[in-house]
Design a protein around this ligand. Sequence first.
Ligand code: SF4
Ligand code: SF4
Length: 427
Amino acid sequence: MDAGLDKVQAIWEKETAVVEGMDISGPWNRMFEQRVIWEYTPDLIDQIASIEGAESFAWCYQCAKCVPVCPVDVVGDYGPRKLYRKSQTGIDWTQGPDLWLCTTCANCLRVCPKLVDMVQIMPALREQALLSGNNVPAELQEALENTFRYGNPLGQPPRKRDAWVKKAGVPVPLLYKEKRPVEWLWWVECYPSYHPRGIDASIALAKIFNALAIDFGILGREEKCAGDSQRLAGEKGLFEMLAEQNIATLSKYEFERMVVTDPHALNAFRKYYPKYGGEYEVWHYTQLLVQHLDRLRELMTQPLNRKVTFHDPCYLGRHNGEYEAPRQLIQALPGVEFVEMWRCRENGYCCGGGGGGMWLDGYVVNYQRRRLSEQRVLEAIATGADTLVVVCPYEVSRFEDAVKSTGNEGKLEVKDIAELIAEAMGV
Ligand code: SF4
Ligand code: SF4
């Protein structure tokens, strides 16, 4: 008999058990033996927890609450507890794909009794990988390089950032031309400036702002990526550079508040830009629109005849606590039946785009049964909805691709809420 098996049997088969003077020997009394499940070393856990930002990894006590809520585990094999367990068994997951699968969606943090914080742990570990140049997926590297060179992850020329304005059909004031104070500085961000479907939503939002007589202006070609997803992908240095450049640009203009299209930009401006001296009052566009709900109701006269469901962006909901504004807007749309998906609000599923996932779609598919965006599209279709409403610029293109790749073309339309409001207004 080999030594390992012998050891296992020794654990399970105690010959005698005497408890308080009573002999209770029997095969079942193995429960009175210490059951060594595995031999492990805490070395890797200590090593991870010694990295600034990743300290909480060592606090895990393996309750496993995090695993069923992890969106990556739904389509694969993941979650903080599983990573902790791998570390115990000496598997250095930081050197493989596990380092890149977490989308920093924060659903595990929501349920973790020990506050093991993957939103801090992952960027800290990824920074090490980026600094060493090991285990960095090529497509992520390209997006980071694009951001460094062009100020946007798509690799588009900076001067084309405001080209969409010419197609808007309504005034979109460019502050570098108009040089006047505005009430709202609209931070458009990269995908709404360059991606065709993002531009559709930007044009719709510009039309709504004009119809509501909102006094706004944009930075246009002077704006650079806010950088939050690059920071979460481990590129803290790039984030700092972008923050400093953007803060310098913003300091040239007078405005009362900022409105952002992108929940990731919202997160950056609210939580991280103040550390670099950029303190602003920042609202998500759904929060601004909902302030004008009465007027919007008057303007939205065209019934849409849709059955819609809604995807909560992780960085608007869990990260920044806004669940109601998008729902109030959806419920005000004329001719719309609204159904929730079963994973929603605090337990909303992740589209897979956060934490650098936007630039890892080709990579993650090798390690998951399907992409998170595909899983979410299937959940949306299961509600019987014909329209999936989104309020984050990452999501329109992600979900439209997922509708196609799951073979559901024609069954589900993906629309930014601004597109639906503009449609109902007939503008
Ligand atoms: S919920 Fe927290 S403590 Fe429990 S297993 Fe997950 S990471 Fe560990
Ligand atoms: S942050 Fe989200 S994706 Fe990452 S481990 Fe936690 S639940 Fe999973």
